[in-house]
Design a protein around this ligand. Structure first.
Ligand SMILES: [Zn+2]
Length: 175
């Protein structure tokens, strides 16, 4: 059995990294080496902690009991299909597509819920996107999110070419 860090260890690693990074950015800002606006810092932080606590790659185990599902509270069951669809440490644990699968899944679930709400209550207001919804807002959010995911993968010992190796192995196995 290989030693895979538990949810708690992942959280500690991510929080520690965030603290070091935040201290570094603060220092660099003071030295005028870097300009980070409060909004950028906030969005990065939001993305990072959402990725750490709510959108962890280990949601691929959501058909069972897993920390990242428990944090969703009553809404945890929403991740069960994701857990059933993804094999543990499969696509969910790839560097580029893996984090996207969780965002896409979340978008689908949100759209379904909204559709249901509108069906039951036709006048339910559609949430508007925050204005201005620009790349400047999105970039730090995505950066924070991806960094949180990559720290998880590094701690799991998953290399950036994981997905490709996975596919290659499958092809070789079949051949
Ligand atoms: Zn993992």
């Amino acid at each position: 059995m290989c030693a895979v860090p538990s949810g708690r260890v992942h959280n500690l690693i991510n929080i520690a990294t965030y603290s070091v990074l935040a201290a570094g950015v603060l220092l660099a800002t003071r030295q005028h080496l870097l300009t980070v606006t409060p909004a950028q810092a906030l969005n990065f932080t939001l993305g990072f902690f959402a990725g750490t606590f709510l959108l962890s790659p280990d949601l691929d185990l959501a058909e069972g009991r897993v920390d990242s599902k428990r944090r969703w509270g009553l809404l945890g069951f929403l991740w069960v299909p994701y857990g059933m669809l993804s094999s543990h440490r499969g696509l969910s644990h790839t560097w580029v597509v893996g984090p996207l699968t969780r965002l896409a899944y979340l978008a689908v679930i949100a759209a379904l819920l909204l559709g249901l709400l509108r069906f039951v209550w036709p006048h339910f207001p559609l949430p508007g996107l925050p204005q201005p919804f620009s790349f400047k807002v999105l970039l730090p959010l995505l950066l924070g999110y991806y960094l949180s995911q990559w720290l998880h993968l590094i701690a799991d010992g998953v290399r950036p070419d994981h997905g490709m190796r996975h596919v290659r192995r499958k092809v070789r196995g079949r051949g």
